[in-house]
Design a protein around this ligand. Structure first.
Ligand code: SF4
Ligand code: SF4
Length: 328
């Protein structure tokens, strides 16, 4: 069955939301899951836009608050206190957004497809969630949208680290012909092949899986699994059995993600906003709209196809890639 995705501008957000079960958010405490931006990043969702979303939730007597999790790498967003400070610097304060802002890093274990993920307890304990996802490129997944907002942003930093680690390559020496294709394809120059010597700098590896995909000899495999697969599973761990409305912002579409201080430049003109209750459908619609304007721009910029997260998401029952786009 085709899922419905509404294509709208912010002024018609109310009309778009009225097509979903927004009334069920009434009297509920609702986390608005969003990324509030890495230090020096300029592209994350802006407080005045988020305030609009908060206002829509308040209209149905919901009690919203902005929510995000801490990250595994060093920097301000590594700790609750640091991320709270940065969120304030970026303008995410009650006066600007109309609600409280909560950063947390406690998690509850959830098993999906035989893997354990620690879902942020604010997400785990909520029956109703609103997702604001900024759509942009990503160095390890090609694109970041709704699936990435939960798959990486909805879990604890320990789970984030485990997911990244498990998607690094291991090599079966006997299968390797030292052709060098993996080294040429790696977007981060993590692999070096010289003569009959194959070497990898693990510190440069983002676990994107490009090397595994290009090795025709099947000499490379994942330590655990494809990053885009565990990303889709992790997103499912966060949102399964919950009422979630997804809003994708297709503006300031930068080469890299909101956790990158040097995410620019913008690689696609602004498109607008999408609303759906299906994370796979809304990400597929986002990708299709971007490809219509700038064909294969994410693959060209980051050398990684984002299609896998959509394909895996559909395979594991996170959502449907079949959608009907309705413009309002
Ligand atoms: S692409 Fe495969 S066979 Fe070629 S060097 Fe890399 S690991 Fe070895
Ligand atoms: S997983 Fe990605 S970053 Fe890591 S070695 Fe392979 S191509 Fe390079």
């Amino acid at each position: 069955m085709k899922k419905v995705v509404f294509f709208t501008d912010i002024k018609k957000l109310h009309d778009a939301l009225s097509n979903f079960n927004i009334q069920s958010f009434s009297e509920k405490t609702v986390p608005i899951k969003l990324h509030m931006g890495e230090k020096k990043n300029k592209y994350f969702p802006k407080p005045d836009f988020v305030k609009h979303v908060v206002g829509e939730l308040k209209k149905v007597n919901a009690d919203p608050y902005l929510f995000d999790t801490t990250v595994a790498y060093s920097g301000l967003r590594h700790s609750k206190h640091g991320y709270e400070k940065l969120a304030k610097i970026h303008g995410f304060i009650p006066k600007n957004v109309g609600c409280n802002v909560i950063i947390d890093d406690a998690g509850i274990p959830v098993t999906v497809e035989n893997r354990d993920y620690e879902v942020a307890d604010h997400i785990y304990n909520s029956t109703h969630i609103f997702a604001v996802s900024h759509v942009k490129g990503h160095v390890a997944t090609g694109m970041g949208g709704a699936i990435k907002n939960f798959g990486m942003g909805g879990v604890t930093k320990e789970t984030k680290q485990k997911m990244h680690h498990g998607s690094r390559p291991i090599r079966k020496k006997d299968n390797c012909t030292y052709c060098g294709v993996c080294a040429e394809a790696c977007p981060f120059n993590s692999i070096i092949v010289k003569g009959n010597k194959w070497d990898q700098n693990m510190r440069k590896c983002f676990g994107c899986g490009v090397c595994v995909d290009v090795c025709k000899e099947k000499a490379l495999s994942y330590m655990d699994a494809d990053f885009q697969y565990v990303l889709a599973c992790s997103a499912k761990a966060c949102v399964q059995d919950k009422n979630v409305i997804y809003l994708n912002e297709l503006k300031r579409i930068a080469r890299s993600c909101d956790c990158d201080p040097f995410a620019g430049p913008v690689i696609c003109p602004d498109i607008g906003y999408l609303v759906s209750d299906d994370p796979v459908a809304i990400d597929k619609a986002s990708l299709d709209l971007i490809n219509d304007v700038k064909k294969d721009v994410f693959v060209k910029e980051n050398k990684i196809s984002p299609v896998k997260q959509i394909k895996y998401g559909e395979e594991i029952g996170l959502g449907s890639s079949s959608y009907q786009l309705i413009e309002i």
